[in-house]
Design a protein around this ligand. Sequence first.
Ligand code: PHE
Length: 345
Amino acid sequence: MSEKIAQLKEKALAELATVETTKQLQDLKVQYLGKKGPIQELMMTMKDLSKEERPIFGQAVNEVKKYLESKFEEAAVVISERELAKKLEEEKIDITLPGYKMEHGNLHPLVLVQRELEDVFIGMGYTVEEGPEVEYDLYNFERANIPQDHPARDMQDTFYIDAERLLRTHTTAIQTRQLEAGKEKMPLKMICPGKVYRRDDDDATHSHQFTQIEGLVVAEGITLADLKGTLEFMARKILGEKCAVRFRPSFFPFTEPSVEVDISCHMCGGKGCNVCKHTGWIEVLGAGMVHPGVLEMAGIDSKKYSGFAFGVGIERIAMLKYGVDDIRHFYTNDLRFLKGFSRFE
Ligand code: PHE
């Protein structure tokens, strides 16, 4: 009998030596030491032995059981350490390897200029307002003092949705909306950026869709001098401290008087160069004092209040500021062009 026990022990130890994983170890343990295993079986045979043999046999089986249990425990420690070492090795990260380069975009030049202009005006206490791109004829033309048969409509022929609605031709449409909405909230001081549309043949300086920022200030006692000071401040912030501003008489149906605004050429400082066509001046925007009729149509007392308005093309400013020679570059999504502006962010 004791030989049988010894054989069992040797067999178990031999198998234990081949075990590699925790799972295999557990299975083997169940196989030998579990309820249906050979050790338990031997215990069951005890009842067939004589009284004298029983304690000796029982002790021998118990010893083997304890011995095997301790061997399994030892093996468990060794195997789990080995497994951990293997896992650490597999998951090792070489932090000295070069990383992946993340591609990231940059702001579009028109967004850069728009944000810069917004910052300048927010700094002067202006709010930033928006309006719909699909606009009523009423706000785009009628309220801007451009009735149905007015020849000024010719210059701003546009895309009509139906008889009443169109793609707005200027941000002055936002101005007339804001005048109406703000008639009880005087004074008004805002800029209105947005896309505008016109029926135009695209070339280096024209686009059927472009971007404007409208400026509007209405309060008691506003004069043309306020307009000039404001535009001079804007030009100096955006194009350089040495910029000068000059007004030339012009005509817009919604302003009276109306002016065309030139700034001194930032390239040659006014001496004359290609950019300013050797005049020393560059035409940048239209402006004027809000026409009393426009104020009245919005429900504002034009005897008490006066205001100025201006409309500046963002593309025009961006072309001057960054030396871009063709407006179409802004819309054709050539990454070689667009990436060049990352340094201005
Ligand atoms: N709306 C005019 C244009 O698009 C610009 C402008 C705005 C002129 C406000 C005067 C006052 O040409």
